[in-house]
Design a protein around this ligand. Structure first.
Ligand SMILES: C[S@@+](CC[C@H](N)C(=O)[O-])C[C@H]1O[C@@H](n2cnc3c(N)ncnc32)[C@H](O)[C@@H]1O
Length: 262
């Protein structure tokens, strides 16, 4: 299946909201399936809508400030906003800023965030998008801390997931919700931890830790009481298999810890 909008969907969009928007939507390579307007959905690589309840997100987030890391086209940011949160969504602005394994790095660059901007516009959303890498998301750069930090499927794509987790811990005074791919193979070793090195995979992933190791990583980064909430296989919309995913929650770090480690 192509991740681009089909011609009929572009025409539908053009009829509903005008040619400009349709032109903007047509070239976007969609990751998330979400509704652009009634009857027009993006042909994402993943349709996470049936899995939303598995993440354990509180239904009412009104009055809370939420940071979403690695928003792509904003599926989770808009869901968190729908629940009443004041949402900041963070992602990189350029293709070259992804943590490519050197051999996989494409020669060209490209702008990221067009899909997000388009969906935001169509939804009349107030989510703010901050275009920086999570590595650079220090308390000084971001300027505030959040009641909830939400991060889905980002750490497996990073060479240094521990630094990213440490950044998140410093920005969180409430709860972390993390969802990542896990290694079922390494889970089979009783009591064992570890991570598969995935730098050679075609998916631009670096690591696939098992569930026990994800929990340890979250704790070592400074969060407290990391716990598994659920696990499932997120299917590709193409129909071929899926990604084994674990949802982890953890609580705000002990006060003072980050001042010492910054
Ligand atoms: C696999 S997608 C996950 C999208 C979404 N978070 C979800 O759970 O469905 C990974 C996202 O992380 C972003 N990302 C990758 N490296 C990043 C970095 N260093 N800082 C911030 N975002 C990053 C990518 O641009 C992409 O939007």
């Amino acid at each position: 299946m192509s991740p681009l909008l089909r011609a009929e969907a572009v025409s539908e969009l053009e009829r509903a909201v005008g040619a400009d928007v349709a032109e903007l939507a047509a070239p976007v390579d969609w990751y998330h399936t979400q509704e652009l307007i009634a009857g027009v959905e993006t042909p994402g690589m993943f349709d996470l809508r049936p899995l939303v309840d598995r993440y354990g997100i509180p239904e009412d987030l009104s009055g809370l400030r939420v940071l979403e890391i690695g928003t792509f086209e904003g599926f989770w940011a808009f869901e968190l906003e729908r629940r009443g949160a004041d949402v900041t969504a963070l992602d990189i602005d350029q293709l070259q800023h992804l943590d490519w394994p050197p051999r996989a790095r494409p020669p060209e660059d490209g702008i990221r965030g067009d899909g997000f901007r388009l969906v935001k516009e169509l939804r009349k959303s107030n989510v703010r998008r901050v275009g920086i890498s999570v590595y650079d998301a220090t308390r000084e750069r971001i300027g505030e801390t959040y009641d909830l930090v939400f991060c889905g499927m980002v750490l497996i794509h990073l060479r240094d997931p521990m630094l990213a987790l440490e950044r998140m811990a410093a920005l969180c005074h409430g709860r972390l919700i993390l969802c990542e791919e896990y290694s079922r193979r390494l889970d089979l070793i009783p009591g064992g931890g570890g991570a598969e090195f995935r730098g050679c995979s075609p998916w631009m992933t670096w690591w696939r830790p098992n569930r026990r190791t994800w929990l340890q990583m979250v704790e070592v980064a400074g969060f407290e009481n990391p716990r598994e909430i659920d696990r499932f296989k997120a299917p590709f919309t193409s129909g071929k298999s899926g990604v084994r995913s674990v949802v982890i929650h953890a609580d705000h770090p002990a006060s003072g810890l980050f001042e010492r480690h910054r």
